[in-house]
Design a protein around this ligand. Sequence first.
Ligand SMILES: Cc1cc2nc3c(=O)[nH]c(=O)nc-3n(C[C@H](O)[C@H](O)[C@H](O)COP(=O)(O)O)c2cc1C
Length: 192
Amino acid sequence: MQKFQLKIVITSTRNERKGMAVADWFIEKAKANESFNTEVLDLKSIDLPMLDEPNHPKLQQYQYEHTRAWSKTVAEGDAFVFIIPEYNYGLPPAMVNAVDYLFHEWMYKPAALVSYGGISAGLRSAQMSKLILTTVKMVPLTEAVSIPFFANHINENGVFVSNPSIDNAYNIMMAELEKWTKGLKYMREHFV
Ligand SMILES: Cc1cc2nc3c(=O)[nH]c(=O)nc-3n(C[C@H](O)[C@H](O)[C@H](O)COP(=O)(O)O)c2cc1C
């Protein structure tokens, strides 16, 4: 069976970020999915500078090694999951920065969104992310995992404890992600 390359992008870069518990929960589940090889892209450790390339990414005339490395990593992906918090009703700056660095490498690839926050479940952040993701021609999925009051799910050991409703959202989103991954890979191979 063909396996697709799933890149899980952790977008909070804060010290002592709480979203790592959500990310760890997601990564553990995704690793068991036989349709995907998973790789974690932690924007904190990848540590891209604030966008410093002189040319538009559509030209792919990258001047810096960090951009070339990021380009290679993203180009390898068939599908992406972004784990996103919400800051001031918006998406994390590291995610905007990481997306802005590239163009063709993201194009015609599906993006699944796992958002977390307070009462909003990070939905405003997820919704805002669609504006930039669609501009680099990614396909953000309608189906998502949106976790309200996520801190209430983190136990005394710092482990995220899911519930049937979150697990159900996960299953629906991943089934949809698989469909789009196959369809868009075919599209990239035949029409781009
Ligand atoms: C600058 C800042 C702005 C925030 N704004 C929001 C917000 O708009 N909505 C929300 O649900 N939580 C907001 N929060 C609370 C975050 O949900 C909470 O801090 C969460 O832990 C952030 O994820 P992280 O720890 O993985 O970075 C904000 C936190 C920070 C630091």
